[in-house]
Design a protein around this ligand. Structure first.
Ligand code: B12
Length: 355
């Protein structure tokens, strides 16, 4: 999980230290058994778990930590099946109890009751955990077999056939929206689940991601040759988010549908986003978040854009929002959608009304 950099407050660091140290106090053997590397990974994991609790608290959305506790239990069972379900539940519950103890002793937030409720909810869902329900991958929609075929090529490391297959689909009349959303987006979600279940490793996940980016780039000559509508989109991922394929796909499909697009990638400072809005005057700004830790920054950026440029339509989306209790409804934003096709449709409806 080391890829996720999260800025904690000083007090939150103390919580991490407390939980980390208590694990060794409770299990004296661990100190001798664990290598320095294992200790470092353990600290990172504690930070990672607490970062979900922190963002859940700061956004006042309990769903984030609830969803995370289920995802985590499933991940742990896949990583360490030999531990067994009962023992794993005990370990996780102990971990949550240490968190509660830490918050009791170290004062971080005023409303400790909410923190306790969130941790109690995680304990409950851990104790009730049976199996993480995945969506069926090959469904009976007309793209199911195509997804299977594309993924199988990539799992066999045959990127050339994967590329040719996708191009053949386009030549056979499938639209770019269908190829991007009904095939590639769903394959990428499945890739994440394969990683989560322990069926493929990080290297495999990275290979498939890179190969898929090459597959998408084949379409650039087509995407950039469409007739333009004099509508502009500015898009980026928020914070130090490394997930940017979803928002890149959004930008590609807007361009394909006749918009002029400016895709800024990831890790763009708020100041630079605002400067780009000033110079480009886009009709729509799309902000993407995959890891919930970046939601707070997304809210701040969206708010500032709406304050300075009330006529610009601001859209938010990405996987992080599906882990919330529809949090975008409480923000001052204009658009939310779960895929690029819906966002294009909503944007075109709303832009016409504003112009
Ligand atoms: C590829 C991938 C990566 C790549 C990203 C490369 C890249 N260039 O983007 C790399 C290797 C960097 C990566 C890293 C990590 N990842 Co990762 N990753 C994925 C994976 C498999 C696919 C992401 C993707 O491209 N999806 C396809 C796109 C098309 O879908 P999308 O992003 O959702 O976008 C669509 C919609 O959401 C919507 N949308 C998106 N943005 C916007 C914006 C607006 C305005 C609107 C309206 C709509 C909208 O439209 C898009 C297109 O239709 C996902 C699995 C998943 N379920 O998504 C895991 C996943 C997101 N990763 C995960 C994790 C844990 C990590 C890591 C922490 C560890 C790891 N696995 O290596 C790090 C963290 C990195 C960081 N600091 O951010 C978890 C997150 C779980 C959680 N609890 O939140 C997932 C869900 C895997 C899993 N099933 O467990 N990852």
């Amino acid at each position: 999980m080391g890829l996720l950099q999260h800025q904690f407050s000083k007090e939150f660091r103390d919580i991490v230290d407390f939980v980390y140290n208590q694990h060794f106090v409770l299990d004296q053997k661990l100190k001798k058994e664990y290598t320095d590397y294992q200790k470092m990974r353990m600290r990172e994991d504690i930070e990672y778990n607490l970062s979900f609790l922190e963002i859940s608290y700061r956004l006042d959305d309990k769903t984030i930590f609830h969803e995370y506790s289920l995802w985590l239990m499933s991940l742990m069972m896949n990583l360490m099946p030999h531990v067994g379900l009962t023992r794993m539940k005990e370990k996780m519950v102990l971990h949550y109890q240490l968190m509660k103890e830490a918050f009791k002793i170290i004062k971080v937030y005023d409303n400790i009751d909410i923190i306790n409720q969130m941790i109690d909810d995680a304990i409950l869902s851990t104790n009730n955990f049976q199996n993480y329900a995945y969506d069926a991958f090959v469904t009976d929609d007309r793209f199911g077999l195509m997804r299977r075929k594309y993924l199988d090529y990539l799992l066999k490391h045959d990127s050339k056939s994967a590329m040719n297959f996708i191009m053949e689909l386009f030549n056979a009349g499938f639209t770019l929206d269908e190829i991007y959303i009904d095939i590639i987006q769903k394959v990428m979600v499945e890739v994440g689940q394969l990683w989560h279940r322990g069926d493929i490793g990080v290297a495999e996940e990275h290979f498939i991601t890179v190969a898929t980016q090459s597959v998408l780039s084949q379409f650039y000559p087509i995407i950039f040759s469409t007739t333009k509508k004099n509508l502009r989109l500015l898009s980026c991922s928020v914070g130090n988010e490394l997930h940017e394929m979803g928002i890149r796909m959004i930008s590609d499909l807007f361009e394909y549908h006749g918009w002029d697009t400016l895709y800024l990638g990831a890790a763009v400072p708020k100041k630079s986003i605002l400067e780009s809005i000033e110079s480009e005057r886009p009709h729509v700004v799309a902000l993407s978040v995959t890891m919930p830790q970046h939601l707070l920054l997304c809210r701040d950026i969206a708010l500032e854009i709406k304050t300075k440029y009330p006529d610009v339509l601001v859209g938010v989306g990405g996987r992080a929002f599906t882990m919330t209790n529809e949090i975008w409804k409480t923000w001052n934003v204009d658009l939310y959608a779960t895929d690029a096709r819906k966002l294009i449709q909503l944007s075109e409806e709303k832009v016409i009304r504003v112009d």
